[in-house]
Design a protein around this ligand. Structure first.
Ligand code: FE2
Length: 270
């Protein structure tokens, strides 16, 4: 089966890139299942009912998130109402929503998706490694035939450690959060597809990882508080990987990076 995992959608330009590229790529690559990290989908911070709908309507089968999960007021209701939206599984169990769920792919396969968040240079959460062990066992018990993991984390070492920890137990471990794609995509020794970061799906023109460059520069140069905005227009990037997974052998066969761009002129977009 063929699964695509898409990197952090940032604001309106990111959502436009999804609306433009997702239907094309689903068709072109005969994708069975699509996971999209949506934690920056609403103006760069969190996710709303409207932005979730836009991504799901474009063809996403599951939306994952990360440290900005609670940035929008409505998200607490949204994660309860929308089973296709996950929050990191290693948040306290009292939190709304779930961090892992089972879905049915277009080919009929039961796909488990697990969303985790790192702890290095990030907030204090439960251990992502022990959480992964428990959630994977649970997904298997529920009948998952293939499991994919979005590890939303800052440190490269923590992400590689997760890849090695889960190698042979899941189809893919992909990193998100840094918004810059790494070129280390590989099949690990026991058959898990891995990449440290998918990079963002969002505006690349005059931005620093999706935020207006001037605002980020001012913050670095003055160390003064600064409001961050995602530009509403400009050239946008789409970043993802496609993983081919063999259900018989339980091994990923191939992982391919996908990078696409949309034109700066908004009128060129759908
Ligand atoms: Fe993040």
């Amino acid at each position: 089966m063929r699964i695509m995992l898409v990197g952090d959608v940032v604001g309106r330009p990111g959502r436009k890139a999804i609306r433009h590229w997702l239907p094309i790529l689903i068709d072109e690559h005969a994708l069975d299942f699509v996971v999209v990290n949506a934690e920056n989908a609403a103006a760069g911070f969190g996710i709303t009912f409207g932005s979730a709908r836009e991504l799901l309507d474009a063809g996403a089968d599951c939306l994952t998130t990360g440290n900005h999960i609670w940035s929008q007021k409505s998200t607490e209701d949204l994660v309860e109402d929308e089973p296709r939206l996950l929050r990191p599984a290693n948040y306290p169990p009292q939190c709304a929503g779930a961090g892992a769920r089972l879905y049915t792919a277009r080919c009929g396969t039961n796909v488990g998706v697990l969303n985790l968040q790192g702890r290095v240079f990030m907030g204090e959460l439960d251990c992502p490694f022990r959480t992964a062990d428990a959630e994977i066992e649970q997904l298997r018990r529920q009948g998952a035939q293939a499991i994919v993991v979005d590890f939303h984390a800052e440190a490269t070492s923590e992400k590689i450690a997760m890849g090695r920890h889960l190698d042979g137990r899941v189809a893919a471990v992909v990193g998100t959060h840094t918004h810059v794609m790494t070129a280390d995509e590989q099949i690990l020794s026991r058959g898990t597809a891995y990449i440290t970061d998918l990079g963002m799906t969002g505006p690349v023109e005059d931005t620093i990882i999706g935020v207006q460059a001037k605002e980020v520069m001012t913050r670095f140069l003055t160390l003064m508080p600064q409001r961050f905005h995602v530009p509403k227009r400009g050239k946008s990037r789409f970043g993802a990987v496609i993983v081919d997974y063999c259900l018989d052998s339980g091994r990923a066969k191939h992982i391919q990076r996908i990078e696409k761009y949309t034109a700066a002129d908004e009128s060129n977009l759908i």
